[in-house]
Design a protein around this ligand. Structure first.
Ligand SMILES: [Zn+2]
Length: 381
């Protein structure tokens, strides 16, 4: 009889490094070993009561992808363990290539003492981030940004640029920003697509890692309740990562992307710090990709594009035809802009968006199968 090697998460190691702190654990998937490290420059990472909580979200998707049992060494919160069947059933229903797998971990303790009563919010400088921040500003004790998630760790110059912009925005909004660094994508990108499968779990993992300081961590929503296609961060999924001491809150699901942009338009901090682009390493926004152009379109409809200093205008409306939606997520944003353009009598915009929406609806593309995207080897953390 052959023994199948499971996905295994070794015991966490916490360390203080100068003014900072770090936590690491080796995650093995079959015979492959991934030393996953998260660092904080300001000693924000402190040992958890149940140290397995921080690793379970990022170890689960590799196990489900490979159809291997998941075994954790450190204890996991009873509430999180109890949520696992719902988490796995949701993911497996959305993505038939993910399997429901057995998970084994020591059952954690529930602290009798009340923990830190603070709310943190994930913040990348994008529309969803700014919308949640401006809506909850009085509650938010700190913003959280993770280097190595949307910007690869190797892109040090771009990381510096992003970091400066985030700190500038946070300073003007008098909210501190916690910058962390993680190499978790060197594991996750082998086993899931960042948008479809892994980014919500990766953020939940960080939220729980900060559990010694935060009782609530807000994860800004991508989509509205009207457009709930499968997506790595989702109102059905994100709250299920919560523990007894830290709630993961999916925020902003009632508001469309255009309505969020309308709420932000005219805000001077947004005008100088908005960053939506994943397609550049030389400036905050390339002003040339699908995401940049659709964001610029919304500001153009609102008559506010000229006020944005992080985009290069004017908008060439005809270029929108170069980026027809490729999936239901992009379709929802395209329809959102088209409907707003119609209300604003911008026929120049509707005449470009209507045909690409009609083409998509006439023949919706199949969701492509997952193929591993291997990030460049990161610097040692
Ligand atoms: Zn762009």
């Amino acid at each position: 009889m052959t023994t199948v090697t499971p996905v295994h998460v070794a015991a966490s190691a916490y360390a203080q490094e100068g003014a900072g702190s770090r936590v690491s654990a080796v995650i093995s998937v079959g015979e492959r070993r991934f030393p996953v490290v998260v660092k904080s420059a300001s000693r924000r990472i402190r040992p958890l009561l149940n140290r397995g909580d921080a690793w379970l979200p990022i170890a689960l998707i590799p196990a489900m992808r490979e159809n291997l049992a998941l075994v954790l060494t450190d204890p996991v919160s009873p509430r999180l363990l109890a949520s696992l069947p719902a988490i796995q059933r949701t993911l497996a229903a959305w993505y038939p290539d993910l399997s429901i797998v057995p998970v084994t971990a020591p059952r954690g303790r529930v602290s009798g003492r009340r923990g830190a009563d603070a709310t943190f919010q994930f913040f990348t400088g994008g529309v969803d981030s700014f919308f949640s921040l401006l809506n909850h500003r009085a509650e938010i004790g700190a913003l959280v940004y993770v280097h190595g998630y949307d910007v690869p760790l190797l892109h040090s110059e771009h990381r510096r640029r992003v970091s400066e912009s985030l700190s500038g925005a946070a300073r003007q909004l008098t909210t501190p920003v916690i910058e962390l660094e993680s190499n978790a994508r060197t594991l996750l990108d082998h086993y899931g697509d960042w948008g479809d499968h892994t980014h919500g779990a990766a953020l939940a993992s960080i939220g729980l890692m900060l559990g010694a300081e935060a009782s609530r961590v807000i994860l800004p929503a991508t989509h509205t309740l009207a457009d709930l296609d499968p997506w790595g961060s989702h109102p059905l999924l994100d709250p299920l990562w919560s523990t007894e001491s830290t709630s993961i809150v999916h925020d902003g699901v009632e508001t469309s992307r255009f309505a969020k942009i309308a709420a932000l338009a005219g805000d001077p901090v947004v005008a100088h710090h908005l960053r939506v682009c994943w397609n550049t390493t030389t400036e905050l926004n390339c002003s040339n990709c699908e995401k940049c152009l659709r964001t610029m379109t919304a500001f153009e409809i609102l008559g506010q594009l000229a006020g944005l200093s992080t985009f290069r205008g004017p908008l060439e409306v005809a270029r929108l035809a170069d980026f027809p939606p490729t999936n239901d997520n992009e379709l929802a944003f395209t329809i959102d802009n088209r409907d707003a353009a119609r209300l604003a009598d911008r026929e120049d915009i509707t005449s470009v968006l209507d045909p690409i929406i009609e083409s998509y609806l006439a023949a919706p593309p199949e969701r492509p199968p997952f193929t591993p995207w291997l990030s460049q080897r990161p610097p040692e953390l």
